[in-house]
Design a protein around this ligand. Structure first.
Ligand code: GDP
Length: 210
Protein backbone atom coordinates (compact mmCIF):
# COMPACT_ATOMS: atom_id res chain seq x y z
CA UNK A 1 0.00 0.00 0.00
CA UNK A 2 1.30 3.46 -0.92
CA UNK A 3 0.67 4.81 2.61
CA UNK A 4 2.71 2.03 4.20
CA UNK A 5 5.64 2.59 1.90
CA UNK A 6 5.77 6.28 2.85
CA UNK A 7 5.85 5.41 6.55
CA UNK A 8 8.60 2.88 5.85
CA UNK A 9 10.62 5.48 4.05
CA UNK A 10 10.18 7.97 6.85
CA UNK A 11 11.47 5.44 9.37
CA UNK A 12 14.34 4.57 7.09
CA UNK A 13 15.12 8.27 6.57
CA UNK A 14 15.31 8.72 10.32
CA UNK A 15 17.75 5.79 10.42
CA UNK A 16 19.91 7.29 7.69
CA UNK A 17 19.58 4.36 5.26
CA UNK A 18 20.66 6.59 2.36
CA UNK A 19 24.26 6.73 3.57
CA UNK A 20 24.77 2.96 3.75
CA UNK A 21 26.05 2.68 0.25
CA UNK A 22 29.12 0.98 -1.20
CA UNK A 23 30.53 0.97 -4.70
CA UNK A 24 29.85 -2.45 -6.16
CA UNK A 25 30.83 -2.62 -9.82
CA UNK A 26 31.12 -0.83 -13.14
CA UNK A 27 29.15 -2.26 -16.02
CA UNK A 28 30.44 -1.70 -19.55
CA UNK A 29 28.11 -4.10 -21.36
CA UNK A 30 24.68 -5.59 -20.76
CA UNK A 31 26.22 -8.99 -20.02
CA UNK A 32 27.98 -7.61 -16.95
CA UNK A 33 24.81 -6.45 -15.21
CA UNK A 34 24.14 -8.02 -11.81
CA UNK A 35 21.22 -10.40 -11.54
CA UNK A 36 17.98 -8.59 -12.31
CA UNK A 37 16.33 -8.90 -8.90
CA UNK A 38 15.44 -6.43 -6.17
CA UNK A 39 15.19 -2.72 -6.91
CA UNK A 40 17.35 0.03 -8.30
CA UNK A 41 17.10 3.71 -9.18
CA UNK A 42 19.25 5.27 -11.90
CA UNK A 43 20.78 8.75 -11.85
CA UNK A 44 21.27 10.47 -15.15
CA UNK A 45 22.40 13.88 -16.32
CA UNK A 46 24.55 15.65 -18.89
CA UNK A 47 28.13 16.36 -17.80
CA UNK A 48 28.55 19.25 -15.43
CA UNK A 49 24.95 19.52 -14.26
CA UNK A 50 26.22 18.46 -10.84
CA UNK A 51 25.20 14.78 -10.92
CA UNK A 52 28.15 13.68 -8.78
CA UNK A 53 27.51 16.48 -6.30
CA UNK A 54 23.83 15.49 -6.13
CA UNK A 55 24.64 11.82 -5.48
CA UNK A 56 27.16 12.78 -2.83
CA UNK A 57 24.68 15.11 -1.17
CA UNK A 58 21.76 12.67 -1.20
CA UNK A 59 23.89 9.82 0.12
CA UNK A 60 25.73 12.06 2.55
CA UNK A 61 28.96 10.50 1.33
CA UNK A 62 31.30 13.12 0.03
CA UNK A 63 33.51 11.73 -2.71
CA UNK A 64 31.49 8.59 -3.34
CA UNK A 65 30.40 9.54 -6.85
CA UNK A 66 33.96 10.54 -7.72
CA UNK A 67 34.48 6.82 -8.31
CA UNK A 68 32.24 7.14 -11.39
CA UNK A 69 34.56 9.82 -12.75
CA UNK A 70 37.77 7.84 -12.36
CA UNK A 71 39.48 6.78 -15.60
CA UNK A 72 37.68 3.90 -17.26
CA UNK A 73 34.51 4.33 -15.23
CA UNK A 74 33.05 7.28 -17.12
CA UNK A 75 31.63 5.02 -19.83
CA UNK A 76 30.12 2.53 -17.43
CA UNK A 77 26.93 2.12 -15.48
CA UNK A 78 28.28 2.36 -11.97
CA UNK A 79 26.50 0.30 -9.33
CA UNK A 80 26.39 1.47 -5.74
CA UNK A 81 24.66 -0.92 -3.36
CA UNK A 82 22.62 -0.35 -0.22
CA UNK A 83 22.41 -4.10 0.20
CA UNK A 84 22.66 -7.08 -2.08
CA UNK A 85 19.40 -6.33 -3.89
CA UNK A 86 19.05 -2.55 -3.62
CA UNK A 87 21.13 -0.30 -5.84
CA UNK A 88 21.72 3.24 -6.97
CA UNK A 89 23.01 3.24 -10.55
CA UNK A 90 25.06 6.17 -11.81
CA UNK A 91 24.55 6.30 -15.58
CA UNK A 92 27.31 7.69 -17.80
CA UNK A 93 26.55 11.28 -18.66
CA UNK A 94 28.58 12.25 -21.68
CA UNK A 95 25.97 11.51 -24.36
CA UNK A 96 26.07 14.59 -26.46
CA UNK A 97 29.32 16.10 -25.26
CA UNK A 98 32.94 15.49 -26.15
CA UNK A 99 32.63 12.06 -27.71
CA UNK A 100 32.85 10.73 -31.22
CA UNK A 101 29.91 9.20 -33.04
CA UNK A 102 31.02 5.61 -32.42
CA UNK A 103 31.23 6.10 -28.67
CA UNK A 104 27.96 7.94 -28.64
CA UNK A 105 26.27 5.06 -30.45
CA UNK A 106 27.74 2.50 -28.05
CA UNK A 107 26.61 4.59 -25.10
CA UNK A 108 23.11 5.03 -26.51
CA UNK A 109 22.76 1.28 -27.17
CA UNK A 110 23.90 0.30 -23.67
CA UNK A 111 21.67 2.87 -22.07
CA UNK A 112 18.64 2.08 -24.19
CA UNK A 113 18.89 -1.66 -23.57
CA UNK A 114 19.40 -1.08 -19.87
CA UNK A 115 16.34 1.18 -19.60
CA UNK A 116 14.22 -1.07 -21.78
CA UNK A 117 15.12 -4.44 -20.29
CA UNK A 118 15.93 -3.89 -16.65
CA UNK A 119 13.07 -5.28 -14.60
CA UNK A 120 14.39 -4.07 -11.25
CA UNK A 121 14.69 -0.44 -12.40
CA UNK A 122 12.03 1.51 -10.48
CA UNK A 123 12.67 4.94 -11.95
CA UNK A 124 15.18 7.49 -13.16
CA UNK A 125 16.41 10.64 -11.46
CA UNK A 126 17.23 13.07 -14.26
CA UNK A 127 19.47 15.89 -13.07
CA UNK A 128 19.41 19.19 -14.97
CA UNK A 129 21.15 22.50 -14.42
CA UNK A 130 18.24 24.83 -13.66
CA UNK A 131 19.85 27.50 -15.83
CA UNK A 132 19.97 25.24 -18.89
CA UNK A 133 17.10 22.76 -18.54
CA UNK A 134 15.64 20.44 -21.18
CA UNK A 135 18.61 20.26 -23.49
CA UNK A 136 19.10 17.61 -26.18
CA UNK A 137 20.40 15.07 -23.67
CA UNK A 138 17.40 15.61 -21.42
CA UNK A 139 14.98 15.27 -24.33
CA UNK A 140 16.61 11.99 -25.27
CA UNK A 141 16.33 10.65 -21.73
CA UNK A 142 12.71 11.76 -21.57
CA UNK A 143 11.98 9.91 -24.80
CA UNK A 144 13.72 6.75 -23.58
CA UNK A 145 11.88 6.79 -20.28
CA UNK A 146 8.53 7.49 -21.88
CA UNK A 147 8.93 4.73 -24.42
CA UNK A 148 9.90 2.29 -21.63
CA UNK A 149 7.12 3.48 -19.28
CA UNK A 150 9.68 4.40 -16.64
CA UNK A 151 8.80 6.99 -14.00
CA UNK A 152 11.05 10.04 -13.97
CA UNK A 153 12.00 12.38 -11.18
CA UNK A 154 13.61 15.59 -12.42
CA UNK A 155 15.98 17.47 -10.13
CA UNK A 156 16.56 21.06 -11.17
CA UNK A 157 19.97 21.39 -9.59
CA UNK A 158 21.94 24.56 -8.84
CA UNK A 159 18.71 26.25 -7.70
CA UNK A 160 20.95 28.48 -5.57
CA UNK A 161 22.02 30.20 -8.79
CA UNK A 162 18.52 31.65 -9.31
CA UNK A 163 16.16 33.63 -7.11
CA UNK A 164 13.28 31.68 -5.59
CA UNK A 165 10.84 33.30 -8.02
CA UNK A 166 12.97 32.59 -11.05
CA UNK A 167 13.45 28.96 -9.92
CA UNK A 168 9.73 28.45 -9.45
CA UNK A 169 9.07 29.98 -12.87
CA UNK A 170 11.43 27.49 -14.55
CA UNK A 171 9.74 24.68 -12.64
CA UNK A 172 6.22 25.67 -13.74
CA UNK A 173 7.32 26.04 -17.36
CA UNK A 174 8.78 22.55 -17.37
CA UNK A 175 5.77 21.15 -15.54
CA UNK A 176 3.56 22.59 -18.26
CA UNK A 177 5.75 21.09 -21.01
CA UNK A 178 5.60 17.70 -19.30
CA UNK A 179 1.88 17.69 -18.55
CA UNK A 180 1.44 14.34 -20.31
CA UNK A 181 4.58 12.66 -19.02
CA UNK A 182 4.91 10.46 -15.92
CA UNK A 183 7.42 12.78 -14.27
CA UNK A 184 7.74 14.58 -10.97
CA UNK A 185 9.87 17.66 -10.57
CA UNK A 186 11.68 19.52 -7.81
CA UNK A 187 14.19 22.25 -7.11
CA UNK A 188 17.53 21.08 -5.74
CA UNK A 189 20.84 22.52 -4.70
CA UNK A 190 23.71 20.16 -4.00
CA UNK A 191 25.56 23.19 -2.68
CA UNK A 192 22.94 24.39 -0.17
CA UNK A 193 20.95 21.21 0.44
CA UNK A 194 17.70 22.63 -0.95
CA UNK A 195 15.21 19.84 -1.72
CA UNK A 196 17.26 17.15 0.01
CA UNK A 197 14.44 15.61 2.07
CA UNK A 198 12.13 15.49 -0.92
CA UNK A 199 14.77 13.76 -3.05
CA UNK A 200 15.61 11.18 -0.36
CA UNK A 201 11.91 10.51 0.18
CA UNK A 202 11.41 9.84 -3.53
CA UNK A 203 14.46 7.60 -3.74
CA UNK A 204 13.38 5.67 -0.65
CA UNK A 205 9.82 5.26 -1.92
CA UNK A 206 11.04 3.88 -5.23
CA UNK A 207 13.64 1.59 -3.72
CA UNK A 208 11.61 0.24 -0.83
CA UNK A 209 7.95 0.33 -1.89
CA UNK A 210 6.08 -2.93 -2.60
P1 GDP B 1 28.79 16.26 -12.95
O1 GDP B 1 29.75 16.38 -14.08
O2 GDP B 1 27.39 16.38 -13.44
O3 GDP B 1 28.98 15.06 -12.09
O4 GDP B 1 28.98 17.56 -12.04
P2 GDP B 1 29.83 17.86 -10.71
O5 GDP B 1 29.14 17.28 -9.53
O6 GDP B 1 31.24 17.52 -10.94
O7 GDP B 1 29.63 19.44 -10.65
C1 GDP B 1 30.01 20.29 -11.71
C2 GDP B 1 30.23 21.69 -11.15
O8 GDP B 1 29.01 22.24 -10.67
C3 GDP B 1 31.21 21.72 -9.96
O9 GDP B 1 31.99 22.88 -10.08
C4 GDP B 1 30.27 21.78 -8.76
O10 GDP B 1 30.87 22.41 -7.64
C5 GDP B 1 29.13 22.62 -9.31
N1 GDP B 1 27.84 22.34 -8.63
C6 GDP B 1 27.25 21.13 -8.46
N2 GDP B 1 26.07 21.27 -7.82
C7 GDP B 1 25.91 22.58 -7.57
C8 GDP B 1 24.87 23.36 -6.94
O11 GDP B 1 23.84 22.87 -6.46
N3 GDP B 1 25.05 24.72 -6.91
C9 GDP B 1 26.16 25.31 -7.45
N4 GDP B 1 26.23 26.65 -7.37
N5 GDP B 1 27.15 24.62 -8.04
C10 GDP B 1 27.04 23.27 -8.10
Amino acid sequence: MAGESVIDTEQKLANGWYSRLEFRLGVASIKQLPEDVGSEVAFSGRSNVGKSSVINKITNRRGLARISKSPGRTRELNYFSYDENTHLVDLPGYGYAKVNVEMRDAWAKLLERYLRERQSLRGVFLIMDIRHPMGKFDQLMLEYCQSCNLPLHILLNKADKLSKNAGNKVMSEIRRDLANVDASLQLFSALKGTGLDEARQKLGDWLYSE
